[in-house]
Design a binder for this molecule. Structure first.
Ligand code: ZN
Length: 86
């Protein structure tokens, strides 16, 4: 399986609750509740309204907004890895 092509569907599980299907990337421009944040920002979130089966409903955790998806994913992985290391 090639991983050369960048995709954002294989994110690390939530470092806070461990769920996977609820984890996805949001753009600040897509959500009016983030209107105080630069609209060209992205964050990885554990969305309470997403998921299915045992993964239904995330905890609402988020990486914090970054200027690029790559940075948001990187920050999410920092959280995940720091949790794993303890
Ligand atoms: Zn979570």
């Amino acid at each position: 399986m090639s991983v050369n092509k960048k995709d954002y569907t294989n994110l690390s599980p939530c470092p806070f609750c461990g769920k996977t299907e609820s984890v996805h990337i949001i753009a600040a421009s897509e959500d009016d509740s983030f209107d105080d944040i630069n609209e060209n920002s992205y964050a990885v979130v554990c969305d309470a309204s997403r998921g299915s089966g045992k993964d239904l409903g995330g905890c609402g955790g988020q990486s914090g907004f970054k200027k690029t998806k790559d940075d948001a994913v990187a920050l999410w992985d920092v959280f995940f890895n720091s949790k794993e290391g303890k």
